[in-house]
Design a protein around this ligand. Structure first.
Ligand SMILES: Nc1ncnc2c1ncn2[C@@H]1O[C@H](COP(=O)(O)OP(=O)(O)O)[C@@H](O)[C@H]1O
Ligand SMILES: [Mg+2]
Ligand SMILES: [Zn+2]
Length: 274
């Protein structure tokens, strides 16, 4: 009999995506029982002076990457606890997952900006005597990180993540499929319908599917009563428009401007009208 080890577990990589103070480390601890949680803060504490020691970031990333490789090779589930607000950092994590045949999930942690600022404000602002970095992050950094995640989140699927999950979102969905009491930061940019990430489904049936996925896989149409996915008979391919969207005002009253060519800050969209 051939002696082949059967790999019965598919490794998984969960990447937290959220601003400092969002609650990522809290979420990371309960993603999966037994998961290997790799925290850049913790690795900074090992490689450098303390979790705030920014000079230790390159060494911390190297350590974290080695630990993640070993765990994924062993078929484990890895939770990568860092802000991941930068597209390049997320791309490296996607490569890491792909190199190990791991399923890659982006787990967005994005409470309201005021909540995140308040959580950050509870942290110690005193510079560490060892490295000079305080645990509390300047408000401007939190605001920029919050905006970066708000803008990046709708396009995460198109970026290559196998799944995009929003912390706290599934519990807020009522039987009509509407999200109740969800932070505006979530509702404004995105709702999840049948696993697809849709930024907006208007009263008149207009919808917006983010990304430029293959049409047969990911185009969806929504009405108040039903969601039509895949080879949706209501969809006239000629009515589809692939373009780029600029989000003018993140928040409940967001507005989108559609443009025909890529531009800084614009994300790809496929739009149609049902
Ligand atoms: N759901 C929550 N409700 C209330 N406080 C929370 C919640 N999640 C996290 N916190 C608190 O907010 C602060 C920041 O959380 P943390 O997980 O460390 O954020 P991050 O890792 O994103 O910087 C911590 O003091 C934590 O206890
Ligand atoms: Mg943390
Ligand atoms: Zn320090």
């Amino acid at each position: 009999m051939a002696k082949h080890a059967l790999h019965t577990t598919v490794p998984e990589l969960f990447a937290l995506v959220g601003p400092p103070g969002a609650g990522k480390s809290t979420v990371a601890a309960r993603v999966r029982p037994g998961a290997v949680v790799i925290s850049l803060d913790a690795e900074r504490g090992v490689a450098g002076c303390c979790p705030a020691d920014q000079a230790a970031t390159p060494a911390a990333v190297a350590r974290a990457t080695e630990r993640a490789r070993a765990a994924l090779r062993a078929g484990a589930t890895v939770v990568w606890d860092a802000t991941n607000t930068v597209a390049e950092h997320r791309r490296l994590l996607l490569e890491l997952a792909a190199a190990h045949g791991a399923r890659a999930t982006a787990l967005v942690v994005l409470p309201e900006l005021a909540t995140v600022l308040a959580r950050n404000a509870r942290r110690d602002a005193t510079p560490c005597p060892g490295c000079g970095w305080p645990r509390r992050v300047p408000d401007g950094v939190v605001r920029r990180a919050h905006a970066a995640v708000t803008l990046a989140a709708p396009a995460l699927t198109a970026e290559g993540w196998d799944r995009v999950e929003w912390d706290g979102l599934s519990q807020r969905r009522d039987t009509s499929g509407t999200y109740r009491d969800a932070p505006a930061s979530m509702v404004a940019v995105m709702s999840v319908q049948h696993g697809l990430h849709v930024s907006h489904a208007g009263d008149d049936g207009e919808m917006l599917v983010l990304g430029h996925p293959p049409l047969e896989r990911a185009v969806a149409a929504f009405t108040a009563e039903e969601a039509l996915i895949g080879d949706c008979p209501l969809l006239d391919p000629a009515a589809l428009r692939r373009c780029w969207a600029l989000l003018d005002r993140p928040g409940p009253d967001w507005e989108v401007t559609y443009i025909d060519t890529p531009a800084p800050g614009a994300f790809p969209v496929t739009i149609t009208t049902v």
